[in-house]
Each structure stands twice: as C-alpha cells, then as structure tokens.
Design a protein around this ligand. Structure first.
Ligand code: UTP
Length: 287
C-alpha cells in the first residue's frame, strides 16, 4: 500500500527556546525566511505524502494560519505586482491537505502520535519531527517510503554520531552494520556510553505500520508520565519487524539554539541574495 499519510508532532513545550516560544510556537521560528514547520511539510510532500496531520497544543492556531489561504494578503500582493511573493504565499497553501489535532498535555512523542490515530485510520504512515531539519535538497523520507514498500516492514532513520554523543539519543542494536537496510535487534534510549550497542542514533524520521498504534496504547507511561515512541519501536525490533536506513546527508537539530543558528547560516549561505552577507558575518572576528 503506498504511503499517503504523515504525522508531524509539534505540541511540545519548546522550553529550549523560551522566552521566544512562549507565545509563538517553536516550529514557527524561521530558518532564513520559512518557518521550521514549512520545511517539514515540504519534505513530506517531496516524499509523495498528500495528507498531513499536525499535532498541536493549545494556543498554536498560528500554525494552521500559516498554511491557510490569505485572500486579503494575496490581493495586496497581486495589486502591487509582487508575483514571486504571491507565488510563494500560494505555494504554502497547496503543499498538501493539512489536518490538525490537539494534544491537550505534552505527554510524550508516542502520545502525540496516538492523538493522530483517527487520522491514521489503520494505514501505514510517516512521522517527521520538525525540529530535526534534514537537507532540503534531499528526499531521504521518500527513500524510506520506498524501503517500506519494498521490504514490508517499518523503517526508522539512523545517523552515525560521534561515540561520545550517542548517550543523548536512542541507539540501535544492529545485526550487521554492513547490510542495508539495517536489521534492528533492539533500541536503547539514551544509553550510558559504555553500554551503547552502536553509534547509530535514531533520528526524527519514521515510516510505520499502523500496528504501532496498538503497541503505543498498551505501553505504561514511562518517566515523567510520558509515552515514548522508542518503547513501541523496541517491541517491533525485538520481533524482527524494524529496519533502519542510514542518513548520510546534512542534518541540523533546530530544536536547540546552536543547531538553529547553524541551519540559518548554512541555508542562508546557499541563497544568492544572502550569501555575501553570511560571508561578511563569518569573516568578522568573534566579539
Ligand atoms: P522535543 O522534546 O525535541 O521538543 O520533541 P520540545 O519538548 O518541544 O522541546 P524542549 O525539549 O522543551 O525544548 C520532539 C518533537 O516532538 C514534539 C515536539 O513538538 C517536537 O516537534 N512533541 C514532543 C509533541 O508533539 N508532544 C509531546 O508531548 C512531546
């Protein structure tokens, strides 16, 4: 069955960006001139996903405003002959069919996915964490979808990280690193360095069979009352039903300030109108 549906969880508190994220949802902060969530929706569209459910929390209505038609703004742009801007604005409104569901309390990524259960409706689906930005020139999610279709098993994205950093991620225990897609034996969340089964971290892209929802529903809440997606995926892995695909492209963790700044600099440097400014800034001595 082709993958048509995708879920983008965006209901977290975004505490690492306070106070900016107090009134403005973290995923609406811009990287160059597009909000973080738009990169996520565009990536899903590139992968052939046509129906997207964004999981929101209270007070995040501005996210749906971003993708909704804006007739007054469009009329002003049209009248002023600002055709390129008009096309950009219209493009945001037609990327995919976007639906919204509320997660009333931030009870974890697994819980956010369960909130989209009615939307998923027993179909395979993709999950994309918007603050993990993958190179917008790549279509890695599309490759994951292809692997899902060929292999008939759920697929998660893996990234080789420096050994000393694996303790910050979920780590994969893998049958044979030389064989791709990777056969994942189990997953360990934030392992102590000496217990990490590999240096391959799970990073925010998933293509999942709908059975994951039933597994999530049965999980007892973990630390802090949160329901973790990794725990459900560990069950799949132990049953031999989880594959990993290694991402070798550029990735930014835009959920923290360092990664967010880097993404802005790196992507601005690729824009003809901004490259000179970035070069100028980077050439300056550090204050
Ligand atoms: P993060 O833990 O990176 O984001 O969750 P956060 O909780 O918003 O940020 P900090 O740590 O407080 O700064 C990864 C993704 O999962 C979503 C977040 O919105 C983010 O996109 N998420 C997380 C939910 O939708 N619901 C949750 O309960 C938890």
């Amino acid at each position: 069955m082709p993958i048509r549906k995708g879920v983008i969880p965006a209901a977290g508190l975004g505490t690492r960006f306070l106070p900016a994220s107090k009134a403005v949802p973290k995923v609406l902060l811009p990287i160059v001139d597009r909000p973080v969530i738009q990169y996520a929706v565009e990536e899903m569209a590139r992968a052939g996903i046509t129906q997207i459910c964004i999981v929101l929390s209270h007070g995040q209505g501005a996210i749906s405003d971003h993708f909704a038609p804006a007739p007054e703004l469009e009329a002003v742009l049209e009248k002023a002959g600002k055709t390129e801007l008009l096309e950009e604005v219209r493009r945001t409104e037609t990327l995919a069919d976007i639906f919204y569901v509320q997660q009333h309390r931030p009870l974890g990524l697994g819980h956010a996915v369960v909130c989209a259960a009615d939307f998923i409706d027993d179909e395979p689906f993709a999950v994309l964490l918007p603050d993990e930005l993958f190179d917008p020139k790549d279509n890695f999610l599309g490759e994951m979808v292809e692997t899902f279709e060929v292999e008939g098993a759920s697929v998660v994205a893996g990234l080789e990280v420096p050994h000393e950093e694996i303790c910050r991620y979920g780590a994969m225990a893998i049958e044979d690193l030389e064989v791709e897609p990777l056969r994942i034996l189990s997953l360990v969340e934030k392992p102590p360095l000496d217990e990490a089964p590999s240096d391959i971290a799970i990073v925010g892209r998933y293509v999942l069979e709908p059975a994951v929802l039933a597994l999530l529903a049965k999980l007892p809440p973990g630390a802090l009352g949160e329901i973790q997606l990794t725990d459900a995926l560990d069950i799949l892995a132990r049953e031999g039903r989880l594959l990993g695909k290694l991402y070798r492209g550029r990735r930014w963790d835009a959920g923290n300030k360092q990664g967010f700044l880097r993404a802005n600099f790196d992507l601005a440097a690729e824009r003809p109108d901004l490259a000179a400014t970035v070069a100028d800034l980077l050439g300056r001595p550090v204050a």
